[in-house]
Design a protein around this ligand. Structure first.
Ligand SMILES: Cc1ncc(COP(=O)(O)O)c(C=O)c1O
Length: 376
């Protein structure tokens, strides 16, 4: 039986003994069905006789896997036919530099919307190539918001605008594409790809590390428009030139075969569970459960401004910060893990990516209600 034909249903996330509710920011929880499919492919991939970790990337067996992953992501995100889809390595962090290297000639301009630590890093790397500036920077406000109603100016001759669609550390997110005056858009969608709506054709480069919504670490999805490819100059280092990977179907060198397999299984799971719409609906439900609890009582102090709240990473402090370590200890005892906030915000962070179940969020919320009644 081919993988695509296997029935997939959302299974109890805790069905394996000892597994906890995992709210970690990445690598993050995957649907249990996917984890089990991966386990069963380890000794023998798709009846090929080759184990998943032992199969050649040059074999037809793996070619089927990568073709399937590419087709699925195209379907799920409605990627225009003339756009390219790549599975690269080096993480989103390599893309901070690679996007600028491919799109800018020395001295060309690009403008950045700086909404957190990751966009700061993207700007820092792009500065190695071009004349790059922050058109908007929320650091003075503790990165509590994204530019919801505009409020920034893009230089007329900027080649593109870069933004981070979801700020994993601070728990903020754009709920529509930023108004960039018609400029070309480059987005780091690492922490919300395939979890929220995404208008691919409004962008020229989309990149995302897979390890939050899409699979394990070690695979970076890159989507490129024909315009982006037309910008690429000559004499770039081979591995940093997008055309190298386009011409070889992401197999110029040995790709992350394991990671691409898992990615394909996660994408199949998404398709079998209502597609992108289904994922968005579940993510909205989970986020609203948790934000309702955060808004119920002043015991909690949510970090993000309400119009910039993320559906993927929910960040908050306790009004009495001295109780945060007890909160985390008791949460761990209750089987709720990965909740410690990033050091740049502190407090608590719950990541609600696609693999996180509604039951996990319900368990978190009932723990929070009980914690407040005991410590409030
Ligand atoms: C929004 C965002 N961009 C970039 C990165 C860096 O990704 P990588 O570790 O894959 O380089 C992360 C990682 O958490 C992220 O959340």
């Amino acid at each position: 039986m081919r993988w695509a034909e296997r029935p997939v249903a959302i299974r109890d996330y805790m069905a394996v003994q000892g597994r906890i509710h995992n709210f970690g920011a990445g690598p993050a929880v995957l649907p249990l069905e996917v984890v089990e499919e991966v386990a069963s492919a380890l000794p023998n991939l798709n009846n090929s006789g080759f184990g998943l970790l032992e199969v050649s990337h040059r074999s037809g067996f793996f070619q089927d896997v990568i073709d399937s992953a590419r087709d699925r992501i195209r379907r799920i995100l409605t990627i225009p036919e003339d756009y390219h889809v790549l599975f690269l390595q080096g993480g989103a962090s390599t893309q901070f530099y690679m996007t600028a290297l491919n799109l800018l000639n020395k001295g060309d301009k690009a403008d950045f919307l700086v909404t957190g630590g990751w966009s700061e890093k993207a700007l820092k790397e792009a500065l190695r190539i071009g004349d790059c500036v922050s058109a908007w920077d929320d650091s003075g406000n503790g990165f509590k918001s994204v530019p919801v109603g505009g409020g920034f100016e893009i230089r007329e001759d900027a080649v593109y605008v870069h933004y981070t669609s979801n700020n994993t550390l601070f728990g903020t997110q754009y709920h529509k594409v930023p108004e960039a005056g018609g400029a070309h858009l480059v987005v780091d969608a690492s922490s919300d790809i395939c979890g929220v709506p995404l208008d691919v054709s409004a962008h020229d480069v989309i990149y995302a590390g897979a390890q939050k919504n899409l699979g394990p670490s070690g695979v970076t999805l890159v989507i490129l428009s024909p315009w982006a490819v037309s910008r690429i100059g000559d004499d770039l280092p081979t591995m940093l030139d997008y055309r190298t990977h386009i011409s070889k179907g992401s197999m110029f060198n040995t790709p992350n075969t394991f990671g691409i397999f898992v990615l394909d299984r996660v994408l199949s799971w998404i398709e079998m569970n209502g597609g992108l719409e289904g994922a968005i609906e579940r993510n909205r439900q989970k986020a609203s459960l948790l934000y309702d609890e955060l808004d119920r009582t002043t015991f909690w102090a949510p970090h993000a401004d309400s119009d910039s709240r993320s559906l993927m990473n929910v960040t908050w402090r306790l009004a009495d910060e001295s109780k945060e370590s007890v909160f985390l200890e008791e949460a761990a005892e209750a089987g709720l893990g990965g909740l410690k906030g990033h050091r740049s915000v502190g407090g608590i962070r719950a990541s609600l990516y696609n693999g996180c179940s509604i039951e996990s969020v319900e368990s978190l919320v009932s723990f929070m209600v009980s914690f407040e009644s005991r410590h409030g």
